[in-house]
Ligand binder design. Structure first.
Ligand code: SAH
Length: 329
């Protein structure tokens, strides 16, 4: 048995069943600390790892928002930057925007030491464990791609019970308050509420792109991925990536009185940001094989049957800030 499995088994034997959120937090902390999970040799592939177009368009989104906000001193923040690919692609675009680099330093929120090291090879930034630790002195422009889906959830059955993990990692029902059935991501709501509080005082924006739903419907969206295949979330703790669909309506509620734009389907959002034109530009003058790869990436990111519909973009902004690109006013 691996170390984490032994540790969790001992904890359950001593203290009784664990709540699902505690299980998910322990598994994912170990999972991300120990490996680079991205890409063909890993467990899953994210949008920025599919194509440079994704990070470039996010870079354009950031620069456009900052210019229309009046080019204020601000801080660019990314939550859970993975390999740093999205931000490296974004910064290539932002480097062409006069004044941006000097006015807007980069802060990365990352708990995994291994991924921090990977990010440091590509990005000049300050690193923080939690959003609370970021200096609180200026507007924030916060980017979160496939971050909220990795945060721990609770699952309620609506009949006074919630999901727990017992001996031999078997599912158990723990007593819970309330009669609402469904999933709740308290950690995600707390992070959004904290960022919203800062936006209220200093201005700025939060962009969340993730797989999930616009209304609260999922009863069990917990998923484990290992080597690009679905795995059992309660077998081999720390060896697979645990995620759940993001409840965008809950994130919007956590933003309180701020302006919420979207969620809009990722395919629609990327089309509005000009992904077709960027793909055409990149295809121009390349080999047929490269051009085919770019066309395939475009389909993968935007087609409704691929990432285009399930993934969604939502922005939270201070009402005095402009409506961000890709969202109808
Ligand atoms: N945004 C990247 C990576 C997504 S995977 C991409 O799109 O490719 C999730 C990322 O969030 C990883 O970098 C992981 O280490 C980080 N992470 C997960 N839980 C976290 C937490 N509670 N606090 C900070 N970072 C976390």
């Amino acid at each position: 048995m691996a170390d984490l499995a032994r540790e969790l088994a001992a904890r359950i034997a001593a203290e009784g069943p664990m709540r699902l959120d505690a299980w998910m937090a322990a598994c994912n902390a170990a999972y991300y600390a120990a490996r680079d999970p991205f890409g063909a040799a890993g467990d899953f592939v994210t949008a920025p790892e599919i194509s440079q177009m994704f990070g470039e368009l996010v870079g354009g989104w950031i620069g456009d928002l900052w210019v229309r906000a009046g080019k204020p001193p601000a801080r660019l923040v990314e939550l859970g930057p993975g390999r740093g690919t999205l931000m490296a692609d974004a910064q290539r675009v932002l480097a062409r925007l006069p004044g941006f680099a000097d006015a807007v330093p980069l802060a990365l929120v990352e708990t995994s030491p291994g991924l921090r090291a990977a990010q440091a090879t590509r990005l000049a930034a300050d690193w923080f464990d939690r959003v609370e630790d970021i200096p609180d002195d200026r507007p924030l422009i916060v980017i979160a791609n496939e971050f909220f889906d990795a945060l721990p959830i609770r699952q309620f059955d609506g009949q006074g019970g919630e999901r727990g993990v017992g001996l031999n990692f078997a599912p158990v029902v723990l007593p819970a308050q309330g009669t609402i059935a469904g999933e709740v991501c308290e950690a995600g709501a707390a992070i959004m509420a904290h960022l919203a509080d800062r936006l209220r005082r200093h201005g700025g924006a939060v962009l969340a792109v993730d797989y999930g739903y616009a209304e609260t419907t999922a009863l069990d969206s917990l998923q484990a991925l290992r080597h690009h295949s679905v795995a059992d979330p309660f077998a081999n703790p720390g060896e697979s990536d645990l995620t759940a669909h993001v409840d965008f309506s809950a994130l919007a509620r956590a933003a309180g009185d701020l302006r919420v734009s979207g969620p809009v389907p990722q395919g629609v959002w990327l089309a509005r940001l000009g992904i077709e034109a960027r793909a055409a530009q990149l295809r121009n003058g390349t080999t047929p094989a490269t051009a085919a790869g770019i066309a395939a990436a475009l389909v993968r990111l935007t087609a409704p049957t691929q990432m285009g519909n399930l993934f969604k973009a939502m922005a939270v902004t201070h009402p005095a800030w402009p409506v961000p690109a890709g969202f109808a006013a």
